[in-house]
Design a protein around this ligand. Structure first.
Ligand code: ADP
Length: 478
């Protein structure tokens, strides 16, 4: 099959979150299965010069965006059996940030969607499936159906739209979007592109894609409800028959404690004691008391309300009163950076916080921590808990979305489980389960060991999920 991915991020080139990991890992796995996979990504300045040097200029063309005529260059790079196309326009992507705050995002990603479709005949690539990821690519299924499907070159192409996070929808003024993409008033009705008086890129993908997927079975169910549906639950319920939940995997080569070059000491299930050495090196680096007997809880992720940080805020004092250390790595909202900066001062030697995108430190936290805390309000899939399991770091999570599908709470009666969980979005429920986990750490090391080994034995690779995608692609092609 010929498959085109379109995405605003892709590992190893540009990443702000899990979307990049998913696109970057799934492509090569599908290619290894024999499919012709190509990925289109914006050519951001932020892409490391190491990769920019390996790109080759392929071609350029002009893109008509309403009254604007914009240059689009295509730079190509082949890696792991996948062809990556970087869509280059300095005005849109030559900026010191990846995502802007509102501003002209509709024009930047409107350009991306339009250019992606226009580039295909020039590249002589006629995909069977266009697999568009998240709102930045949401207009692709819509444009394909509305403006391109009558052209013989495009007429057989099917589109899949994957929701990685329904919270971010790309909501803009209708006039602005019309001005860029030339979509008539008749399309801005409630059953098509209009959404509560605005244009909505996510909705465009949801209405027009042949198939919708999201990144875990539980989230696929949850987003049909008003609580999780982000005001699109009605539409998602209406398209329920075309909606699938396919669980993400992780790149098990990148995240492998046995070979990971970024961690202090490599280890396996058999040499799990070495985790202690990683912990001590980490404690030293972070300015925490160096003591292998104090349990260390890590958090890595975007500092946003999605990640359940309100709960942590609510009971931080109670957590820190335990014999425990807490290390946080993340970037995001000021209220959380303020909270954790304060906590670092308040609980010197017990609490460390770093606010940066730091891949090496992330790996060291996954390797060195005893527990990984992820009390998310909602979680489409979540990769951090999978990475933690792979490193023998026991997840403590709320039972929502992909967390619910991947972490099973330890059951003391039948010894099942691979972590600790709580159900309600309630700070004291979280505190209780943290105390429960710390209790096992203190009194029942054998349980901790079992959970670590079980975590490290799990299969988090893309194998199953890639096969699920292929099955759906085949069904779409009829
Ligand atoms: P989301 O996609 O909601 O941000 P995921 O758990 O799906 O959350 O994926 C987050 C990914 O980004 C993980 O690989 C995590 O380790 C990584 N990550 C998040 N924040 C940082 C950071 N500040 N430094 C390094 N890696 C980070």
């Amino acid at each position: 099959m010929k498959i085109l991915f379109t995405s605003s991020e892709c590992v190893p080139f540009v990443k702000t979150g899990g979307l990049a990991d998913v696109v970057g890992a799934l492509g090569p796995v599908l290619a290894k299965m024999g499919h012709d996979v190509r990925v289109m990504v914006p050519m951001y300045t932020a892409i490391d010069s190491k990769w920019q040097q390996q790109m080759e200029f392929e071609l350029n063309f002009d893109v008509q965006l309403g009254w604007r005529r914009q240059y689009c260059g295509i730079n190509t790079l082949r890696k792991d059996g996948v062809t990556y196309y970087f869509l280059d326009n300095k005005y849109y992507f030559g900026r010191p940030y990846i995502y802007g705050l509102g501003g002209d995002e509709y024009e930047r990603y409107g350009f991306f969607c339009r250019a992606a479709l226009n580039a295909l005949p020039l590249l002589d690539f006629q995909p069977d499936i266009i697999h568009a990821h998240d709102w930045q690519s949401g207009m692709i299924p819509a444009l394909l159906k509305i403006q391109y499907a009558h052209l013989p070159f495009y007429s057989k192409m099917k589109s899949m739209f994957t929701i990685h996070n329904l919270q971010y929808q790309g909501i803009f003024g209708i006039k602005e979007v019309q001005d860029v993409l030339g979509l008539g008033d008749d399309l801005f009705t409630n059953d098509k592109l209009e959404c509560f008086g605005c244009a909505n890129f996510m909705k465009a993908g949801l209405v027009y894609a042949d198939v919708i997927t999201t990144v875990s079975p539980s989230y696929a169910e949850e987003i049909t409800t008003a609580y999780y549906g982000e005001r699109l639950d009605g539409l998602i319920r209406a398209r329920h028959d075309s909606l699938y939940g396919v669980l993400n995997g992780i790149d098990v080569d990148e995240y492998n404690p046995e070979t990971d070059p970024l961690i202090y000491h490599n280890y396996t299930k058999e040499t799990i004691e070495t985790k202690q050495k990683n912990k001590m090196a980490l404690q030293k680096d972070l300015g925490l008391e160096v003591n292998p007997d104090i349990p260390l809880i890590a958090m890595v992720g975007r500092l946003s309300n999605q990640k359940g940080l309100d709960l942590v805020d609510c009971v931080l004092g109670d957590i820190m009163n335990e014999n425990v250390q807490l290390a946080v790595l993340g970037m995001g909202e000021a209220r959380y950076t303020n909270l954790f900066s304060w906590a670092e001062q308040q609980y010197r030697g017990k609490m460390a916080a770093r606010f940066a995108m730091d891949h090496a430190l992330a790996h060291r936290l996954y390797a060195g921590a005893d527990f990984f805390l992820m009390p998310s309000l909602f979680e489409p899939c979540g990769l951090s808990q999978l990475i933690s399991l792979r490193y023998g770091t026991i997840p403590i999570v709320r039972e929502t979305g992909g967390l619910r599908d991947t972490v099973l709470s330890y059951n003391k009666y039948n010894q099942e489980g691979n972590g600790f969980t709580f159900l309600n979005y309630n700070a004291h429920d979280m505190l209780n389960v943290i105390r429960r986990a710390l209790g096992y750490y203190r009194d029942q090391k054998d349980v901790i060991r079992t959970l670590q080994e079980r975590g490290m034995s799990g299969d988090y690779s893309w194998g199953h999920s890639a096969q699920d995608y292929v099955k759906i692609y085949k069904k779409m092609m009829g």
